[in-house]
Design a protein around this ligand. Structure first.
Ligand code: AGP
Length: 602
């Protein structure tokens, strides 16, 4: 995974490329680079580090009305200056940025070397400019050369290329996202919309096999044989403000704090007279479903656990599977199986693979995603959008809440449609309580004592998060968030599991954070007390009067609500705890080491 951008139009491209790359850094921040055409050759500027490092190496801005840019999450070769994109052919006439993985790069590199091409990096990408150069020599036509070059590639790619002396940007995609942005006076290509949202909301989501040529006053999309293809223009309803940090120090803090709005958007118009209404998926849409499989990774997996538990309670046979292990963990699949891909980005390779495996076995597919036009949304039979707005911080926060709410609503629709399933007996109360969820989140945000608690517990050796039933998935999510951004050791457990091994690690330096949702709390209480007897401080996260009130050393309070939603309020407290601990430890909160937001490699 990486972020790519291209721009052509009137006026200089460099500033637009650099600010676009900043909005794409969630995809990787190991190195950054741009290449611009300024009438006297293609000029490449690149270095290891973040876009801010690249900016500081530039004295002034290179001029040229067209250019390409890249921010990298390393796959082939370490994050060095040489491995930073753009890469060029031997003489530097062709510059390319690439997101994806070229599987046959070894043999292509050997063939090209045998023909005299010289390579400078360890990357798979570098073969692409050399191939384009090779085919240009043969055909004398760059568009044809790009067609031939990408036809030779095996693997996944979204690429953009510029060529010395040509007023054009060439691009192609297969298996990696690429969006075309259309403004009055300039065209953009990027891995994701926030890269150019400041300039335009009109986009074309490109499809696999599309090849694009942008010229200053026109663009064309063809297939790999050069035949024109028609793609519709969509309008993105994200506000450019949503893509920025606003008044906040970090995207993560902004995203935690904007959860009330995100949740209101998630819910809006989806509850009609006590029934769930998912736009295109009308009542009865799931009447032929008899089994549901959720597939997801990381935080999305925790949201899927949440939804899966509710669906099982409604009597629908349900599996919640880690997408990366789908092959070996999935039960039988047929045309009555609904496989639900839960993925914020809609681009996670493991999740996409699991869905492809399930559909190749006959399953029907549904994507639950945040990103319109993402691969998951396009490949699945149906898509439901969680409508959380752009999330830039690598740590997923508002999208987890919006995913869990969307899945809870989906559960109610499935329970109504699937034969023999029963909607929750207190469904009316549950849906009514949902309407107050954004307000309750607001209360948590305004009253949270998480910062003080983070300060008090900062010297701990390890942090254990426990919870039962719906609280179990929240405990896992709390621990994932904590380790991801603080770099401190944190683990999440089902409350009852603590005594089956992890208790051996418990000391007075291992706080146990107990998630209390109003269901399964007795088990959490018993196990927390067992840890407390071995010296562990107990932090209870729950509403007033929870069963650990007399035992807990500290408490993070949540408003009283329906047990189905309590875990989501507890999770907001855990997000804040992680955020403040990481902030006190001066971690790079939005860009934790070694991670990237969407993981498009296996
Ligand atoms: C969570 O904070 C992580 N960034 C990560 O676990 C993430 O949820 C996972 O990679 C799945 O991403 P997706 O939702 O885009 O598929």
């Amino acid at each position: 995974m990486c972020g790519i951008i291209a721009r052509i139009g009137h006026g200089d491209a460099a500033d637009t490329l650099l600010s676009g790359l900043e909005n794409l850094e969630y995809r990787g921040y190991d190195s950054a680079g741009i290449a611009v055409q300024n009438g006297s050759g293609v000029k490449v500027h690149k270095c290891s580090g973040e876009v801010s490092d690249l900016k500081s190496t530039l004295s002034g801005r290179p001029n040229g009305n067209m250019g390409i840019g890249h921010t990298r999450w390393s796959t082939h070769g370490p994050p060095t200056d040489e491995n930073a994109h753009p890469h060029t052919d031997t003489v530097g006439d062709v510059a390319v940025v690439h997101n994806g993985v070229i599987d046959n790069y070894d043999e292509l590199r050997a063939e090209l070397k045998a023909k005299g091409h010289e390579f400078e990096s360890d990357t798979d990408t570098e073969v692409i400019p050399h191939l384009i150069d090779e085919y240009r020599e043969k055909t004398g036509d760059t568009e044809l050369a790009v067609q031939r070059a990408v036809d030779t590639l095996e693997g996944s790619y979204a690429i953009a290329a510029i060529v010395d002396g040509e007023e054009a940007v060439y691009a192609a995609r297969k298996g990696s996202p690429l969006v075309l942005g259309l403004d009055d006076e300039e065209w953009f290509l990027a891995s994701d919309v926030p890269a150019f949202l400041d300039h335009t909301e009109d986009v074309i989501y490109l499809e696999d096999g599309d090849l694009v040529v942008l010229e200053p006053d026109s663009y064309r999309i063809t297939d790999l044989e050069g035949q024109p293809v028609d793609r519709s223009v969509d309008t993105v309803d994200w506000d450019p403000e949503d893509a920025g940090k606003g008044e906040y120090d970090h995207y993560m803090l902004k995203e935690i704090n904007t959860q009330p709005t995100a949740l209101s958007n998630t819910i809006e118009g989806r509850i009609e007279d006590g029934d769930v209404d998912f736009e295109d998926l009308s009542a009865g849409s799931f009447a032929d479903v008899d089994t549901v499989q959720f597939v997801a990774c990381g935080t999305s997996y925790h949201a899927a656990m949440y939804g899966g538990q509710l669906l099982r309670a409604a009597g629908v046979p349900t599996e919640v599977l880690r997408a990366s292990e789908y092959e070996t963990t999935s039960g039988p699949v047929d045309e009555n199986t609904l496989v639900v891909a839960v993925t914020q980005s809609g681009e996670t390779a493991d999740t996409l693979d699991a869905v492809r495996t399930a559909t190749s076995r006959g399953a029907r597919s549904l994507a639950v995603t945040n990103v319109v036009g993402s691969t998951a949304a396009r490949e699945a039979d149906d898509a439901i959008y969680i409508r959380a707005g752009p999330e830039v911080g690598v740590a997923a926060t508002k999208t987890y809440s919006s995913q869990a709410v969307t899945l809870a609503l989906l559960t109610q629709q499935l329970a109504a449609d699937v034969p023999d399933a029963t909607p929750a007996a207190d469904r009316a109360a549950m849906l009514e309580a949902l309407e107050s969820l954004p307000e309750h989140v607001e209360t948590v945000l305004e009253t949270s004592q998480a910062e003080a608690l983070a300060r008090e517990t900062l010297d701990s050796k390890s942090y254990f998060f426990i919870g039962s039933r719906l609280g179990h998935s929240v405990a896992l999510e709390g621990a994932l968030k904590f380790k991801e951004i603080t770099y401190e050791h944190a683990e999440g457990f089902a409350s009852g599991e603590l005594k089956h091994g992890p208790l051996a690690l418990v000391t007075e330096e291992t706080p146990v954070i107990a998630v209390l949702t109003g269901s399964g709390d007795e088990k959490t209480k018993t196990n927390a007390i067992e840890a407390n007897s071995r010296g562990a401080p107990i932090i209870a996260v729950g509403s007033d009067g929870h069963p650990l009130s007399d035992v807990a050393d500290a408490q993070l309070s949540i408003p009283e609500t329906h047990p189905v939603w309590a875990g989501l309020l507890a999770n907001v407290q855990l997000q804040l705890l992680s955020y403040h601990a990481a902030n006190l430890l001066e971690r790079p909160i939005d860009k934790p080491r070694n991670l990237a937001k969407s993981v498009t490699v296996e």
